[in-house]
Ligand binder design. Structure first.
Ligand code: 13P
Ligand code: SF4
Length: 312
């Protein structure tokens, strides 16, 4: 069984070998999981990794829709998620039955549906193409010019993409409960305390916060932006796990967590449900496993493949 600290890490690495598993982790995972993972990245990078792996088991340390995406693109693999309750408020804000009813009631609009990857397989199956924060601008630019676009489920990312592309879109009124916690007042205050430090924000933040940012980008692009910058200090306005990744990759720079009105940083309670102990159990028992009905999987795969091709 699991021991604390170093033994637990060794056991996980041993089990990983025995199971022929790959450990994929999102940038918001706790430090200990990021350190043990084979790959740490954003939703887009993780999708590519999941699609191309030849490991037999994918231990996905992220939230449910991410592990589900891995299963959709690589169905012959066993995909395990350390905590099956690791959901996402954005995904929950757009249930598939509500989207289906909306599309039926508005059939005359002949919507081209662009779904942010933070959604269920059911929503993906109703969509024309998927996007992530890393490729949303490219995907919207590539949308047919003669169609109305319905963008689901994140209204903040959708509004940012409209600003970037000039393309009007109808936006589903969903939001990430973590990123809407950042306020203009809190970010203005921290900026005054660190003059000259660029503010780097995720596009799931509100407009009031995005306009204060020097750069708005996906979590992976935060790495490239900071690496290319001459600045020594940055204010990072996204979930707190991102700070581990940045500090690990650039130990010579200083990264300050963007605060909210209530806290010095923002945690996603879903992302933080995964622990080393649960990862160990998942590799040992090969569950909780992501299982999907094949017709749904096949239908949901089409818009993801379209995305992967468009952003290659
Ligand atoms: P990224 O794809 O930018 O990593 O974002 C995923 C996410 O859940 C942001 O809240
Ligand atoms: Fe979902 Fe927000 Fe958590 Fe990302 S940070 S997984 S969008 S709830």
């Amino acid at each position: 069984m699991a021991f604390a600290g170093i033994d637990l890490v060794e056991e996980i690495l041993e089990l990983k070998k025995q199971r022929n598993a790959v450990i994929l982790a999102h940038n918001y995972q706790v430090k200990e999981i990021q350190e043990i993972a084979d790959y740490v990245g954003d939703s887009l990078g993780l999708s590519y990794q999941a699609a191309k792996t030849d490991a037999e088991v994918i231990a996905f340390c992220g939230v449910h829709f991410m592990a589900e995406t891995a299963k959709i693109v690589n169905p012959s693999k066993r995909v395990v998620l350390p905590d099956l309750d690791a959901g996402c408020s954005l995904s929950e804000s757009c249930p598939a039955d509500k989207l289906e009813a909306y599309l039926k009631a508005n059939a005359d609009k002949n919507y081209h549906v662009i779904a942010y990857i933070n959604c269920s397989a059911g929503v993906k199956a109703l969509s024309d193409v998927i996007c992530t924060s890393g490729n949303a601008v490219k995907i919207v630019h590539a949308a047919p010019k003669d169609r109305n676009i319905l963008f689901v489920p994140d209204q903040n990312l959708g509004a940012w993409v409209m600003e970037q592309t000039g393309r009007p879109m109808e936006l589903w009124k969903g939001a990430c409960y973590v990123h809407v916690e950042f306020t203009r007042a809190a970010i203005e205050k921290i900026r005054l305390e660190h003059p000259g430090a660029p503010v780097v924000a995720h596009p799931e933040c509100t407009h009031a916060v995005r306009i204060l940012a020097d750069e708005v980008c996906s979590t992976e692009k935060m790495i490239t932006y900071c690496r290319a910058s001459e600045a020594k200090k940055f204010i990072i306005v996204t979930e707190s796990g991102m700070l581990h990744r940045l500090r690990r990759e650039m130990p010579d720079r200083e990264f300050i967590a963007g605060p909210t009105d209530k806290c010095a940083c923002a945690d996603c309670r879903f992302m933080k449900m995964n622990t080393l102990e649960k990862l160990h159990a998942a590799l040992l028992n090969l569950e909780p496993e992501i299982v999907l009905p094949e017709p749904l999987r096949r239908r949901a795969e089409l818009p993801i493949r379209r995305m992967l091709e468009l952003s290659a």
